[in-house]
Write a protein that binds this ligand. Structure first.
Ligand code: ACO
Length: 337
């Protein structure tokens, strides 16, 4: 059995910066409320004509990760692309990235696991490498949330938290022991699917019928993200901890051995709660939600890339990725750098 280790990281966020103050032009909210409840100060959103799509942004992050890995697109054997905001209903964004990067006709798999998408995608990529099926796998998380948000006061509980961006990671096979990904934890609870959801239009309520329905019910907001914020928050803090303790136990290491936690950037208060539970110092947790908001499947690879760029990661460090989100789905990956 092989191990898989990280050899390249990259990130991309659109140029347009949207401050909390700018949001007050569209809805009743305030910089103070957003900072206090979420920690977010600004986020990046795509803008008309900037050429960005979910796949395009993923490709920009991937190019940087490949360059840092010293690899060409043709060296990659497989793509795993995590997103909840694909370019199209179908096909997935992974195949579009394969085309943009002019890669050979390798396999491309989209992972639709929302905020825990990158944790799931990492675990999937690691299995392909561990079994020897592939040598180099590109794992991407990319999201464009801004184009699907309700920017009126009605949608403020959700819209102020989301940002756009992409992150990418190149994994490669290694025979070094106790290196690379040591354990994963993946969970779901579909019972709570409707607590954080974009419901319609869908196969259950097709577009044409939904448009007709909207004429009769113009206030229906089922096509915008709905989140029962408090309910999600309460589950998130419990599940984050469970997933983290599970991977530590699987790998036979203690929480005192964690060097760096990369939590999904959902809410600064959730991350601070987890930090306290684990007894981590400020420098042992990566928080960048202040600058980017919640970029769902892209938040972990963006945070991991930034931690690496800032010199916070060194050889032999024990690094944890953990996430919770819509589904509900949650999980964690434990990595020895
Ligand atoms: N500006 C001003 N006031 C607001 C805003 C806003 N943007 N949004 C809501 N409010 C108001 C509400 O209307 C409510 O007013 P009321 O008391 O008069 O009714 C009040 O503020 C409190 O609202 P809550 O929803 O209870 O606020 P809460 O403290 O729960 O914060 C938040 C909301 C930030 C969304 C929080 O619940 C949260 O972070 N939840 C978890 C998010 C998460 O982890 N999501 C998972 C990942 S996302 C994914 O998977 C796609």
């Amino acid at each position: 059995m092989y191990q898989s280790k990280v050899i390249g990281l990259g990130k991309y966020v659109p140029e347009r910066v949207v401050t909390n103050d700018e949001l007050t032009n569209y809805m009743e909210t305030s910089d103070e409320w957003i900072r206090e409840r979420t920690g977010i100060e600004e986020r990046h959103w795509v803008e008309e004509g900037d050429g960005n799509t979910t796949a395009v942004m993923g490709a920009k992050a991937a190019r940087q990760a490949l360059e840092r890995a010293g690899l060409q697109p043709s060296d990659i054997d497989f793509i795993v692309f995590a997103t909840l905001s694909p370019d199209y209903y179908f096909p997935g964004s992974g195949v579009l990235l394969q085309d943009i990067l002019d890669m050979p006709t390798i396999g491309a798999l989209d992972v639709r696991n929302q905020c825990s998408g990158f944790v799931y995608a990492t675990a999937v990529a690691d299995q392909f490498i561990k079994t020897g099926m592939y040598k180099n796998v590109l794992v991407v998380g990319s999201e464009i949330q801004s184009t699907g948000l309700d920017l009126s006061t009605r949608g403020r509980g959700v819209s102020v938290i989301f940002g756009d961006g992409a992150g990418a990671m190149v994994l490669t096979r290694t025979e070094e022991k106790n290196k690379g990904f040591l354990a994963h934890s993946l969970h779901s609870q579909g019972k709570y699917a409707d607590q954080l959801i974009v419901k319609y239009p869908s196969s259950a309520f097709p577009t044409q019928r939904y448009f007709e329905h909207l004429k009769e019910n113009p206030d229906d907001t089922s096509h915008f993200p709905y989140m029962n914020g408090n309910f999600v928050f309460k589950h998130a803090v419990v599940r984050f901890m469970e997933a983290i303790m599970e991977v530590l136990q699987k790998a036979g290491v203690s929480k005192q051995e964690i060097d760096l936690l990369i939590p999904h950037q959902a809410n600064l208060r959730i991350s601070q709660f987890v930090q306290k539970q684990l007894g981590l110092k400020d420098e042992q947790i990566m928080n960048n939600i202040q600058k980017y908001g919640n970029t769902t499947a892209a938040s972990i690879p963006i945070a991991l890339t930034e931690a690496w760029e800032q010199g916070k990661i060194k050889e032999g460090d024990l690094i944890l990725q953990a996430a919770f989100g819509s589904g509900f789905t949650w999980g964690a990956n434990l990595l020895r750098w």
